[in-house]
Design a protein around this ligand. Structure first.
Ligand SMILES: [Zn+2]
Length: 267
């Protein structure tokens, strides 16, 4: 199935841009990449002081790309490092596909994830044209701040819990690995919330995931983050928040052990 990839590039992402484009071009063959940068951003008349203003711009741009080119669009944040060709994910039989947020029923925004049992992470999503009407409604709610936020995660999750929906689990096999996705049926479309191990947030070990979504602040900034493009994950600092005093976390890290255990198994 034909598709293109878009990403948002502003502020410190300009230092990541070339590393990111090279990586995506190497892993995903013959895909056109759209960079949503200042020349798009400056056209918008929205409140740039408001949290997640960029969510509105990227969703609007993604919908325009589909309408103009009649092609599926995959939006990927620049803090996601793509590890494998994502075409298998796009070919899954769902209208809108989105990655899963860390934290299960405590994911942001918790008032929604406590009901759904999980949260969505808009750092990676696939739009097919069947989901355009649904996403235009979401975009409109974002613009009108129906749920007091520009955030796509807040708007999509609130829209779901405030409308008629059904959730089920479906399994799939991607690249020989079995995954379990959450499927939400709403407004006559099927939304797939990907198994956390397909696009992983705060990755600890290599499980053959398609993408590693890394919190740049947690790993100590841009220069440290760029190392994740070139060095093996297990040799790099952990991306979790545990015991990072500058982030206000004083918990003992449980992930060091997970990594050590995994290394023992591999040996
Ligand atoms: Zn940890």
């Amino acid at each position: 199935m034909n598709y293109c990839i878009s990403t948002l590039c502003f502020d410190h992402f300009v230092y990541i841009k070339n590393h990111w484009i090279n990586r995506v071009s190497k892993k995903c063959k013959n895909v056109k990449i759209y960079i949503i940068d200042n020349k798009y951003i400056n056209n918008y008349n929205i409140d740039f002081n408001e949290y997640a203003w960029y969510d509105y711009i990227r969703l609007d741009t993604n919908i325009n790309i589909i309408n103009l080119n009649n092609i599926n669009v995959v939006y990927i944040d620049m803090d996601i490092i793509i590890e494998k060709d994502i075409k298998d994910i796009i070919n899954l039989p769902y209208d809108f596909i989105i990655s899963k947020e860390i934290g299960e029923n405590k994911s942001f925004p918790q008032e929604c994830s406590s009901i759904l049992g999980f949260g969505i992470c808009s750092g990676f999503y696939v739009i097919k044209k069947e989901s355009i009407d649904f996403l235009k409604k979401i975009l409109n709610n974002m613009k009108n701040k129906t749920y007091n936020s520009y955030s796509d995660q807040v708007n999509i999750m609130n829209y779901i819990i405030n409308n008629k929906y059904n959730i089920s689990k479906e399994t799939c096999i991607l690249d020989g690995i079995k995954y379990t996705n959450n499927i939400i049926e709403i407004d006559n479309i099927k939304i797939c919330v990907l198994d956390f191990d397909i696009i992983t947030r705060d990755p600890i070990i290599n499980k053959n995931q398609y993408g590693n979504h890394i919190n740049i602040k947690n790993v100590g900034g841009i220069n440290s983050f760029i190392r994740y493009f070139y060095e093996p994950l297990e040799s790099l600092p952990l991306t979790c928040r545990c015991n990072k005093h500058h982030l206000g976390d004083y918990n003992e890290c449980i992930h060091i052990n997970m990594r050590n255990k995994n290394n023992l198994i591999n040996k």
